[in-house]
Design a protein around this ligand. Structure first.
Ligand code: F0G
Length: 410
């Protein structure tokens, strides 16, 4: 292993170490997931000061990101999303301090951009010319954009007919080769993993540990935006389970580096019809039972065999967190509530986190004084169809003010 870089890959199962220059996604000895680790001694002294001098963004935290040559970064201005205190929602739930981290503000409208700026830069660094992913929509939209930005060819596999319209049009306009698979996300992921083993194509699903490094900056930003305070609970919607693992890694790194004094409890929320991780946690099992035919209105998290399940289970259990399941009805109702009450329009998968918070509050599983952050992962405009299905067509009138006044008085 070449130790000239200040970071390396480590297997979360057997601890084997790999050089960052190897194109590798799983441990070649035991097949387990890989994680990026840093030479902390080198880092600790320099980071805090340097971070303060830069704007809030993914790259503010460059010292804890696995990139060698920073002049080659592929960026669209990702990160730096707002953390909105939601007093009305908080009052409604009897909670003092609730925040929404609005990841819909990212360049392609989801948190995936944080991972892709790092992942695609890495692909470029490694001399790869083609990138690929399987996706329920947001990953493909994001990868397509960053690949275009880097001048790379992009291949995306999506479950046929199960990707929200806004996400599909993004992948198309950014010039990706879009292939619909007659199967679900889990089938598409298996196919693309195989493809990337056979051909020199760089895989950018969240099994790629570099992508998660970008996503961990959600934790760094929350810590920064709260002036160094750490939330009691961070609530995250879970699909392929990369994001909750990444956010936990971010908080742990702050803690290990003595930049934060506490750790949050991680709360994972899944849709009832696609909840292998939440079910495993709630039942206290040691093995996961994958869901063969996942189903939910929140198509972004319509996933039955999450590849990062081990990391996610570790994040929830290590942090003393919990998992919750929510129904489609609860998801859509939370989506409407958040939009109407706080002016924040999120897609259904993101609303799952809010639905989870509502359920925990009802069941007394959050304290009134808890500092709570819900991660709203994607913008509501991604999936306009689901909204149109719930609302009647707006009333139509002639060009006549009297009619308008009459209508408004009813
Ligand atoms: N929220 C949104 C809006 C998502 O798009 C995803 C995942 C998640 C939550 C769950 O995150 O997979 O890290 O647990 N979307 C992936 C995709 C699967 O293909 O866009 P996760």
């Amino acid at each position: 292993m070449n130790r000239s870089e200040p970071y390396y890959l480590v297997c979360i199962g057997c601890g084997s170490k790999y050089s960052p220059s190897e194109v590798i996604y799983k441990c070649s000895k035991c097949g387990d997931l890989l994680s990026v680790e840093y030479d902390r001694k080198l880092m600790r002294n320099e980071v805090a000061l340097r971070w303060r001098a830069r704007a809030l963004s993914v790259w503010r935290y460059a010292e804890l990101l696995p990139i060698g040559d920073r002049s080659k970064i592929v960026s669209l201005g990702e990160g730096g999303t707002s953390l909105n205190r939601c007093n009305r929602l908080g009052r409604y739930l009897g909670l003092r301090e609730v925040y929404i981290k609005n990841e819909g503000e990212n360049p392609t409208g989801s948190f995936k951009d944080r991972g892709m700026t790092v992942g695609v830069t890495k692909a470029l660094e490694m001399g790869m010319k083609r990138v690929a992913c399987a996706s329920t929509g947001n990953t493909s939209a994001s990868l397509a954009a960053y690949a275009a930005r880097a001048g790379m060819e992009c291949i995306v596999l999506i479950p046929s007919g199960k990707v929200a319209l806004g996400k599909l049009v993004q992948a198309l306009i950014y010039g990706a080769r879009v292939i619909q698979v007659r199967g679900n996300f889990d089938d598409a992921l298996k196919m693309v993993e195989e493809l990337c083993m056979i051909q020199p194509i760089y895989l950018l699903n969240s099994i790629n540990p570099y992508r998660l490094e970008g996503q961990k900056t959600i934790a760094f930003e929350i810590w920064d935006q709260l002036g160094g305070r750490i939330p009691n609970k961070v609530i995250v919607p879970v699909g392929n389970a990369g994001n909750i693992s990444a956010i936990w890694k971010g908080f742990r790194e702050l803690y290990i580096m003595d930049l934060a004094k506490d750790l949050p409890r991680m709360v994972g929320v899944q849709a009832e019809g696609a909840a292998p991780i939440a079910n495993m946690i709630k039942r206290g099992l040691n093995e996961i039972k994958f869901v063969e035919k996942p189903e939910t209105v929140a198509t972004a998290i319509r996933i039955g065999s999450p590849v990062n399940w081990k990391k996610a289970i570790r994040a929830i259990r290590e942090s003393g967190g919990v998992a919750e399941t929510v129904s489609d009805e609860e998801i859509l109702s939370a989506q409407r509530l958040l939009a109407k009450m706080e002016g924040i329009f999120v897609e259904p998968a993101s609303a799952a986190a809010i639905a989870g918070l509502i359920k925990l509050a009802k069941n007394g599983l959050v304290e009134q004084d808890d500092l709570i952050v819900c991660v709203a992962t994607g913008h509501g405009l991604k999936d306009p169809d689901i909204i149109l299905k719930q609302f009647e067509r707006p009333v139509e009138i002639e060009v006549d003010v009297n009619t308008l006044i009459k209508i408004l008085s009813t």
